[in-house]
Every structure is written in C-alpha cells, then in structure tokens.
Design a protein around this ligand. Structure first.
Ligand SMILES: O=P(O)(O)OC[C@H]1O[C@H](OP(=O)(O)OP(=O)(O)O)[C@H](O)[C@@H]1O
Ligand code: HPA
Length: 173
C-alpha cells in the first residue's frame, strides 16, 4: 500500500475551485457546456459546477471517458476513448475540464475530438497542471494549481484506481 503525503487540503481545494469559477464567469459570459473527462475529473466537475452556480453561471454538464494510464504511473502514450458524448454538442461553446494535465495527451485528444464535431469556442480547465511533464503542446485557460513532477492522487485522481475517494490531494510515496 502506498502512503499519501498531503499536498492540498480539502479547504484549500474548495477555495481554489470557488476562485476558478469566478475567473470562468468573467471569461465566458452566457451559455456553455462543461465537458468533463472521466473518471478523474468527476469530483472536480461536480464541485466546479456548483461553484459556477454561485458565481451566476448556468452550465450544462457532459462527460467523455478516456483512459491512458491504466494501472501505471506513466502514460501508455495511447489515449483510448471509452465513452463518447451524446450528439447535440455541435455549435455549443465548451469548457473542457480535466483533473490533471501531465503529458497533455488526454486533454489534447479530447480537444481534437470536440473540434471535429464543429463545436463553438473551446476553453480548457485543469485543477492540476504539471508543466514539466508536457509532451504535447496544449493551451490550458484555467488552472487550479501548478505542481512539480510528482505523482499525485485524491479528489478523483487515482493511483492504480485507488485513492480517488480522498477529499484531499496528496503525493504518492
Ligand atoms: O496529460 P496526460 O499525460 O494525458 O495525463 C492526464 C490524464 O491522466 C489521467 O487519466 P487516466 O488515463 O489515468 O484515466 P482516469 O481519468 O480514468 O483516471 C487524468 O485523469 C488525466 O485525464
Ligand atoms: O500524477 C498523476 N496522478 C494520477 N494520474 C495521473 N495522470 C497523469 N498524471 C497523474
């Protein structure tokens, strides 16, 4: 069993999510659809959606399910689409949301597949960003926290499918 050293406590995550919602409503006036990447972004999307409501937005919520890490701590290099969006996203403005951007492959893959559907404007948002690990260039418009090159888990983020349930984010040691 790995041990988890706390990096961001529950209250710190909640405060950052609230502030991010404020940044998002300033930048995206009017209607938009949140598209979360499962499974990792599930908790973040749920909390961000409610923070967006408090900030005055009224987003719709959809999910795409991708996988590239499996049980490993390094990307397999291949992003697999395990669950697609329903039809009807064409022409809509989209806020694409992931829990963490590491190599950038997952969010770049999702952004490309959304663009193929002729959506309207696209913004990207990640709770955690590991810029040192980037292999694919991708623009992230809204970032919760930038972190060093450490493997993290908690608040939806897993290590071999464990620790998603933790209310905090920690470094896997
Ligand atoms: O920038 P990248 O190197 O692509 O890494 C980030 C992705 O890796 C994790 O997903 P994972 O494939 O583990 O699936 P999960 O969301 O079901 O945990 C995480 O949720 C991100 O989507
Ligand atoms: O640090 C991480 N933890 C869990 N999943 C991940 N996917 C990319 N980076 C990470």
């Amino acid at each position: 069993m790995a041990s988890i050293r706390v990096l961001f406590r529950e209250a710190e995550i909640a405060a950052r999510v609230e502030a991010l919602a404020g940044e998002i409503v300033q930048a995206i006036p009017g209607d938009f659809v949140m598209v979360g990447l499962l499974k990792g972004a599930a908790f973040f999307v749920a909390d961000l959606a409610r923070a967006l409501d408090r900030a005055g937005a009224c987003p719709e919520i959809e999910f795409l399910r991708l996988s590239s890490y499996g049980l490993a701590t390094a990307s397999s290099g291949e992003v697999r689409l395990l669950g697609d969006l329903p039809s009807g996203i064409e022409g809509r403005r989209v806020l694409l949301i992931d829990d963490i951007v590491d190599t950038g492959r997952s969010i770049a893959f999702a952004a490309a597949s959304l663009r193929e559907r002729d959506i309207g404007d696209l913004w990207t948002c990640a709770l955690l960003d590991k810029p040192q690990r980037r292999e694919v260039e991708v623009r992230i418009d809204f970032i919760g926290f930038q972190i060093e090159d450490v493997f993290v888990a908690g608040y939806g983020v897993d290590h071999a499918e464990k620790y998603r349930h933790l209310p905090y984010i920690g470094i896997v040691e």
